[in-house]
Design a protein around this ligand. Structure first.
Ligand SMILES: [Zn+2]
Length: 76
């Protein structure tokens, strides 16, 4: 079995309306762009974002993927 863990490095997004790139840096860091169209929240704990119209929301988050090779069940 292979498990993959996704770690958030940058929780950020771009607003197509005003062109702002916003970033949530910690858990309760709720950030709006300057026109109020989009937001990101959650920092690197969880990735939350939204928009009034989702086509204005460009996800620019960066993830680190880690594979875990373990939890192998063997019958002797
Ligand atoms: Zn905006």
């Amino acid at each position: 079995m292979v498990e993959v863990i996704k770690k958030i490095i940058h929780n950020r997004a771009k607003c197509l309306k005003c062109g702002d790139i916003i970033e949530s840096r910690y858990r309760h860091d709720f950030v709006n762009c300057s026109c109020g169209e989009i937001f990101v929240d959650g920092g690197t704990d969880y990735c939350r974002g939204g928009a009034k119209e989702f086509r204005n929301f460009i996800d620019m988050s960066e993830y680190e993927e880690k594979e875990i090779n373990g939890t192998i069940t063997r019958t002797p």
